[in-house]
Design a protein around this ligand. Sequence first.
Ligand SMILES: C[S@@+](CC[C@H](N)C(=O)[O-])C[C@H]1O[C@@H](n2cnc3c(N)ncnc32)[C@H](O)[C@@H]1O
Length: 336
Amino acid sequence: MKKNKRSNYKQVQKNKKKYYTKLDVFLSRMASILKVPTGVALDMFSQRAVTTIRINNLLQNPQHTIDQLKKMGAVLKQVEWLKDTYVVENMDKSDLASTVMYKEGYFYIQNLSSMLPAAIISPTSNEKVLDMCAAPGSKTTQLASILNNKGSIVANDADKHRIEKLKDVLEMFGVKNTTVRYGAGEAIGGREEGHYDKILLDAPCSGEGLIYLKGEKPLRFWNIKKVKPMVNTQRKLIESAFKALKKGGTLIYSTCTLEPDENEGVVTYLLDNHSNADLEEIELINSEKFSSHKKHIKRGIIEWNGTLYSPEVSKTYRILPSGEMMGFFIAKIVKK
Ligand SMILES: C[S@@+](CC[C@H](N)C(=O)[O-])C[C@H]1O[C@@H](n2cnc3c(N)ncnc32)[C@H](O)[C@@H]1O
C-alpha cells in the first residue's frame, strides 16, 4: 500500500508539466542576452521612449520651424549630440503627427537610436552613398539633410509597397539628391562592385527593440523561429554591401533587434570571410556628449548561449530599450 502511494505520487509529479507563457520565454531570453535579471528586462520593455524629432533643413531654416513649434505650445529640449534634433517634452507622437507642419515635412518624428546610423556614417557631398534597405525613409531623409541635398544617394528597397511610401516621404521632405531603386539588396554587390564610399545597411530583422510590453498584444509578431531565416538574409545582404563598398569606404550595419545571431553573429560572419573587413570604434557613442545615455548602452557580446563571436565585436554597441531610446544594434565596418 505504502509502495503504491509513492509510485502514484511520482507519476503525478511526472505528469505535472511546467507551462511557460510567451512572455516568460521572451523575458528570460532578453534577460540572458542583456545580462540583467528578468524583472529588469520587464522594466526595460515596459517603457516608451521620449518623443524626438529631427527638424528638416531642406524646406526652410530650422530656426523658423522651431519658432513655429514653440508658438504651437511644444516644449523642446535640444539633443546635445545631434544637430537640429529635439525631445518634445509635452507632446506624444500622435499629437505631433496630426499637425500640418508634420504633414508638410517640416520635421520628422524619429527615435534617437534610429538616428545613430546616419549620424555616424555622416557622408560628404563628394561621396557616393547607398541606403540598401531604405523604406520608409527615416534614415534616407536624415542622410539627405546632412548632405543639404548635395551629393548623391541611392535608396534601395525590396518591398514594392514600402518603396511607394519611401517616394512619398522623400517628396514630402524636399529631398532632391536621391535616386529610388526597387530590388533585392543581395544583387547590388555583384552589379556595382567597389562603387560606394558609404553604405548603410539597416537590415530587416526580428524587431525585438520595438517591443513595448504595455501595448496591445505586444508579442504577437515575436517568434524565435524568425531568427534563423533573418540571419540568412542578413548574411547575404552584408556580403553584398561589403562587395559594393570602395576600398577605404565605410559600412554601417544596424538592426532594431537584440538577437546576438542577427547582430554580433552577422558581423562575425563578415569578418571571418573577409580579412579586409575591419570593425571600428564608434566615436559618437564613445564621446562625452553621448555619455548621458551610458547606462542604456552595452558593448557587443562575444559569447551567447554557447556560440562564440569574434572578439572584435566588442567594438559594436547594443542600445537597451529605455525611456530614452528603443532597442538597437550598430556596427561600423571599414574596407581595408
Ligand atoms: C528596418 S527596415 C528599414 C527602415 C529604413 N532604413 C528607415 O530607416 O526608414 C528594413 C527594410 O528592408 C527591406 N528589405 C527586406 N529584405 C530586403 C532585401 N532582400 N533587399 C533590400 N531590402 C530588403 C524591407 O522592405 C524594409 O523596408
